[in-house]
Design a protein around this ligand. Structure first.
Ligand code: FES
Length: 106
């Protein structure tokens, strides 16, 4: 399993997101209530970055291009126009650093 260093844990505030480079695709990392979640970064409707351009509210990220929403906990597409789920990645925090487990996606 490949671990990707995303950021220092204090780099993201609750309700914030960022995009990191993965091995095969860009990955969005979100912080909600002190926990970190990660999904594929690109909206499954068209190409739009959720980590950089998305609007995170609780566990839902809204794509700001056409307002599709996804659950960051499992990547589920919650409303039209997105019908395909995001890939979801596991995360772990060690020594104050956030890692995405890139081999562990669904
Ligand atoms: S690109 Fe995200 S909703 Fe259209």
């Amino acid at each position: 399993m490949n671990r990707i260093l995303a950021c220092a844990a204090e780099e993201l505030e609750d309700g914030e997101a960022m995009t990191v480079a993965g091995d095969h695709e860009a990955i969005a990392v979100y912080k909600v209530d002190g926990e970190f979640y990660a999904t594929s970064d690109v909206c499954t409707h068209e190409k739009w970055s959720l980590g950089e351009e998305g609007d995170l509210d609780g566990f839902e990220v809204t794509c700001t291009l056409h307002n599709a929403r996804f659950d960051v906990r499992d990547g589920k597409a919650l409303c039209f126009p997105a019908t395909v789920n995001l890939r979801r990645y596991a995360t772990t925090v060690e020594d104050g650093k956030v890692y995405v487990l890139a081999g562990d996606h669904e």
